[in-house]
Design a protein around this ligand. Sequence first.
Ligand code: ZN
Length: 146
Amino acid sequence: MHIAIARVKSTYQQYSQILSCSHCTLLSDHMMLAAVVISKLVSILEEIFHVYVRRRTPRGDLNHQSDYWSLSVGEYMVDSEIEWAAVMKVLIVILLKRTLDTLGCLKRIAKANLREAQFSMLRAAEQKAERISLDLQSGDVGGSRT
Ligand SMILES: [Zn+2]
């Protein structure tokens, strides 16, 4: 999960370069691929969110799952469930914000290069990201989502 979160971030870094390149943004193939990749990233974030929700549920028996929680911020070792949940929540919030920024940017830049189907895909990805964001903020993390 920690690796997945790092990969999502580095993919966004690559795409922010592509989206700020005046050559790439003129190529409709590039923009169509960007739409597909970013929609996929939102699905990966949704999976990360579900894993986060499952793991942060207190079970009182963390020891046998200790590598789930192994994470450090510089010298600071994250070694309890409460710390892990807080750090992961912040990382997911940051990636969701990045998602919405990138989707907004892509929609603006690629207006001429995207077909209606791709716009629908981006809107669906945006709604999904907004829903995860709301669930995360509200603490409503029951299993009622589909
Ligand atoms: Zn380029």
